[in-house]
Design a protein around this ligand. Structure first.
Ligand code: GTP
Ligand code: MG
Length: 565
C-alpha cells in the first residue's frame, strides 16, 4: 500500500510506486544508485516527495508520497527499539528543490529514533542531485546530531551495514556504561513545566524527587521548563519534548513523571509520542499510598481514590490504559486490566464506597468510646516527614513505624500519654499532608481525618530543618481549613530543632508563636508538655508557674520531665 498523499495520481504512477515494494536494498548500501534514480525520476514526474522506510536487512516497509515540501511518516511503533535505542529503520526521501534537511526531518529522526534520515535532491533532468543525511550521535549529555552534505549523490561511499553496526554498538555501550540495567526498578525522568518562580519550581522538584524515591523509582534526570506559554497538547514545548525523548533514550528511562497534573489527553499524547509510561504527581502519590496502606480502611480508601483518578482517563484507546496501569501505576486496583471498562470501575467504586461506609460505622463506634472515656484528645498533624510518628513514639514510648520516606504513616495510630498527677490524654498520629494533596485523596482521607474533628488540640508539627518549612506550614493550614478545622485548637510545634542554628531558634519560635521540640531527644519535650498541661489543666499550671504565659517563654529550660509510663 502506498501511504500519504496519493490522491490525483494516475494509475500508472501508483503502479510505479507500488513496484518499489518489490525491490530490496543491499544491506551495505544506504540506498542503491538505481533505486535512488528511480525515486528522483518518479518524484519529478508526480511533483511530490517520495519517501522510503527501510530496515537494516534492506527491506522496504513503507513507500510514502508527500507534497512538494514534506512527507508524513506513518506510525512505526510496531517496530520496537533495539538495545541501543535505535529503531533499526531509516528514512530516505526526495527533496524536489534540493533543499537541505529541514526541522521536521530532524524531528522525525530524533523522535522516531531512526537509524538515519536522508534526503536526495532531485535535479531538473530527474537525476539524483545532492545527498544530505543525518544521524544521532552517541553522546551522554545532550542530544547531538551529525549531518553530512554531499554535493553529488554518486560521491556516497558509505558502507551502511558497517556504519550502523558501529553506531549501534557505541550507543549500546554508552547505555551499558552509565546504567545498571540489571536493576529492575523503573527509571524515571522528572519533568516540570511551570510558570512560577525558579525557587518554587526547584523546591517542588526536590519534593517530587523525594516522592519518587519513596515510590522506589530510580531518578535519572530532571528536566525543567518555564515557558511563557503552555503547550496544551504536551504541556512541554515540542523542542523540549524532543530533548526529553533523546535524554530518555540515552539514559534508558522507562517512565516520565510530571510535577504538574496532566489531563487524560495530555497523558495519552505524551505517552504516544514518547512510547514511555507517563504519570503525574497525583498518580505518584496515589501509588505511594497504595503501597503503604495497611489497614482495611486505608486500603479501601486508596483503591477508591485510584479508581476515581483512573476513571476519566479511560477514554480512548487501550494503550493509554495499559500505560497507566502497567508498572508503577499498576498497583492497587488489582484485577484492573486493559479490557476493563468504565462500567465495571463504576460498579467497583460503588462497592468500595459501601464498604467504606460500613467501616466508617466501626470508626464512629471507636471514636465514641474514646470520647466517652472523657480524655482529652490530641492529634499530631503536619507535612509528611515532619516527624509526627517519631514524636508520638517518643512521647508514648511506643513503636509506630517511622521512616525517612514520605507517607510512612497512612493509618492513624492512637496511644495514651500520661502526665504527672495521673492525668492522661489520648494522642493520635495521622497521615502526612502534602502540598497539592490530590483532590481525590483529600476526599478519600477525609474519613481518616474526620477524627481530627474530635481532637481537643491539634499539634501542627513542622520540620524546621526543611528550607521550605514556611510553604509546608501554609500547605497544612490550607488543608486544615479545607477540612473545616478551626485554628483555635491549633498549636504550632517546630521539630528537628537539632538541625537548626541554636541562635536563631528562639527568634523563629517567637515569630511563629511555636514551641520547639526535637522528637529524637526526649529531654526536649518540657515546653511542649507544659503547654499541653496549661491548655488542659490550667489550674495546676498556676501553681507551677506564676500564671505567665508559657508561649513567649520558648527558650526556658525544660521544667517537666518526660512522662513516666
Ligand atoms: N534530626 C532529626 N530527625 C528527626 C527528628 N524527628 C524525626 N526525625 C526523622 O525524620 C524522619 C521522618 O520521621 P517520621 O516520624 O516518620 O515522620 P512522619 O511525620 O510521621 O512522616 P509520615 O508518616 O511519612 O507523614 C525519620 O527519619 C525520623 O528519624 C528530629 O527531631 N531530628
Ligand atoms: Mg508518620
Amino acid at each position: 500500500m502506498i501511504e500519504g498523499k496519493t490522491s490525483g495520481l494516475k494509475a500508472g504512477q501508483i503502479k510505479a510506486l507500488e513496484r518499489i515494494y518489490r525491490r530490496k536494498v543491499p544491506a551495505n548500501e544506504l540506498i542503491s544508485a538505481d533505486l535512488a534514480r528511480y525515486l528522483t525520476e518518479l518524484s519529478r514526474d508526480i511533483e511530490r516527495q517520495i519517501g522510503l522506510i527501510i530496515d537494516r536487512a534492506g527491506v522496504i516497509h513503507h513507500v510514502i508520497v508527500g507534497d512538494d515540501r514534506e512527507i508524513v511518516i506513518p506510525d512505526l511503533s510496531r517496530f520496537g527499539l533495539g538495545r541501543s535505542g535505535l529503531r533499526g529503520l531509516r528514512c530516505v526521501h526526495t527533496h524536489l528543490k534540493q533543499e537541505p534537511l529541514n526541522q521536521d526531518d530532524i524531528a522525525d529522526l530524533e523522535l522516531l529514533r531512526l537509524d538515519l534520515m536522508a534526503a536526495i535532491g532531485v535535479c531538473d533532468d530527474g537525476l539524483p542531485g545532492p545527498l544530505i543525511y543525518a544521524h544521532l550521535l552517541p553522546t551522554a549529555d545532550k542530544a547531538q546530531i551529525e549531518t553530512i552534505h554531499l554535493s553529488d549523490f554518486h560521491r556516497l561511499k558509505l558502507d551502511f551495514s558497517a556504519f550502523i553496526q558501529a553506531l549501534d554498538q557505541e550507543m549500546e555501550g554508552l547505555v551499558a556504561e552509565t546504567i545498571d540495567l540489571s536493576d529492575g526498578r523503573e527509571r524515571a525522568l522528572l519533568i516540570s513545566v511551570a510558570q512560577t518562580g525558579r525557587e518554587a519550581v526547584d523546591a517542588s522538584m526536590a519534593e517530587l524527587e523525594e516522592l519518587a524515591r519513596t515510590a522506589n523509582l530510580v531518578v535519572i534526570d530532571r528536566v525543567i521548563q518555564r515557558p511563557r506559554q503552555l503547550n496544551p497538547r504536551y504541556l512541554v514545548g515540542s523542542g523540549k519534548l524532543r530533548e526529553i525523548i533523546i535524554r530518555a533514550l540515552q539514559q534508558r528511562a522507562t517512565l516520565l513523571v510530571f510535577d504538574q497534573d496532566l489531563n487524560p489527553n495530555q497523558i495519552r499524547s505524551i505517552s504516544e509520542i514518547t512510547e514511555m509510561k507517563v504519570i503525574d504527581r497525583t498518580q505518584l502519590i496515589l501509588d505511594i499510598f497504595a503501597r503503604r496502606a495497611q489497614s482495611r480502611d486505608g486500603k479501601v480508601q486508596v483503591e477508591l481514590a485510584q479508581l476515581k483518578y483512573i476513571l476519566p482517563r479511560l477514554t480512548g484507546k487501550g494503550t493509554a490504559m495499559s500505560r497507566l496501569m502497567g508498572g508503577i501505576g499498576g498497583r492497587g486496583p488489582g484485577e484492573t486490566k486493559i479490557e476493563i471498562d468504565r462500567r465495571r470501575i463504576r460498579d467497583k467504586i460503588r462497592r468500595l464506597e459501601k464498604q467504606l461506609d460500613e467501616l466508617g460505622r466501626g470508626r464512629v463506634q471507636r471514636r465514641q468510646k474514646r470520647i466517652r472515656a472523657g480524655l482529652p484528645i490530641v492529634s499530631i498533624v503536619g507535612y509528611t516527614n515532619a516527624g509526627k510518628s517519631t514524636l508520638l513514639n517518643a512521647l508514648t514510648q511506643s513503636d509506630v513505624f517511622t521512616e525517612d520516606l514520605l507517607f510512612a504513616t497512612l493509618d492513624t495510630a492512637t496511644r495514651r500519654l500520661r502526665f504527672p498527677l495521673d492525668r492522661e490524654v489520648i494522642i493520635t498520629d495521622t497521615v502526612g499532608f502534602i502540598r497539592d494533596l490530590p483532590e481525590s485523596l483529600i476526599g478519600a482521607f477525609k474519613a481518616t481525618l474526620e477524627e481530627l474533628e474530635d481532637a481537643d488540640l491539634l499539634l501542627h508539627l513542622v520540620d524546621l530543618s526543611n528550607p521550605g518549612y514556611q510553604q509546608q506550614i501554609r500547605a497544612v493550614e490550607k488543608i486544615l481549613a479545607d477540612l473545616n478545622l478551626g485554628t483555635s485548637k491549633l498549636l504550632l510545634v517546630f521539630n528537628k530543632t537539632d538541625q537548626v542554628s541554636k541562635e536563631e531558634l528562639p527568634h523563629i519560635c517567637r515569630r511563629f508563636n511555636a514551641i520547639p521540640v526535637c522528637a529524637i531527644d526526649r529531654s526536649s519535650f518540657g515546653p511542649l508538655l507544659d503547654e499541653m498541661q496549661r491548655r488542659f489543666w490550667p489550674e495546676e499550671m498556676l501553681t507551677a508557674d506564676d500564671g505567665e504565659s508559657n508561649e513567649q517563654d520558648d527558650s526556658a529550660p525544660a521544667k517537666n520531665q518526660p512522662p513516666a509510663l
